[in-house]
Ligand binder design. Sequence first.
Ligand code: PEP
Ligand code: MN
Length: 363
Amino acid sequence: MENKKELRTWLDDYNLDHPLVIGGPCSAETEEQVLKIAHQLKDSDATVLRAGIWKPRTRPGNFEGVGALGLKWLQKAKEETGMKIATEVASPHHVELALEHGVDILWIGARSTVSPFIVQDIAEACRGIDNPVLVKNPINPDLSLWLGAVERFYTCDVKNLGVIHRGFSTYEKTKYRNIPEWQIPIDLQNRFPDLPLILDPSHIAGNRELIFELSQTALDLNFDGLIVESHFDPDNAWSDAAQQVTPDALIQIMHDLKIRKVVGEDEAYKNELNKLRTKINIADNQLIEILAKRMKTSEEIGRVKSKQNVAILQSKRWNEILGRMILEGEENGLSEEFILRIYKAIHQESINHQETVAKMQNA
Ligand code: PEP
Ligand code: MN
């Protein structure tokens, strides 16, 4: 990565790079696997090695981690490569074992963050430690729950805190495994600008193709780091195979990413502009997705109408929508003229889609 941003907060005190890059497998599988990946990443921008030892799985019967044994492998990787090591802890016992084995950075998984009882127990076990603790967002899109977990650590005197954005679970099928809902980390960043914010593109994407663009978006939004799952044989990984990249691919991604440096007025201006443009890009993508979704529903209506032999154009319904949207627009500071223009275009496109559906059904 070119143009490293200035160091700030505890990342600096802890002698960590900024942006911080954490790389390594979803799960520690064998000693050889952990060591091989660590050696492949050793001289890259990834200065911290991640590996899950205790794996929370949605359904039982999947690989649930090698347990405490894996800590020895991480420790060995640290000795051999000089990388810092990080793992997920989900109970006070995990914390105790991880600290005993020299784990530098602890992270709290998304399934733990949802439970204030569990978070409280883990936070108590961490009382007063200097090791950074990174709190992943809860699986549901709830900023208060996320911040609540951070607070629990803070009040247990854990001051080197950061957060990881790993996306949010949704029942709907999308191109992501967990939808990014960028507005939530952006709100968090605005309220707590000094809390390092790290992106986990792997768990958002669920596939390796989206890792780069998600990482670039995060850097454009001034995130402070990335945690990327990486395995020398991703397709045969014991967990999250589709989303892992090889260490070489990770090195290439880091090389291609552009980092916005926060220095000088001119730079600050460009940075701000870039951040806002990224927000616009995100909003535009959401607009297209939502329009496509609306058209799909419209097509379904077209199918229902065509079966009943009902006319496509229903003026009463159309006027009702228009009236409602003009009011809604007014409340949101959008002019009537604008709403009319936009809705006429949407309506026309819907009619076109319904006509195509009717033709296909009658063919
Ligand atoms: C992980 O990092 O491998 C993991 C299980 O993540 P999450 O808690 O975000 O699902
Ligand atoms: Mn994983």
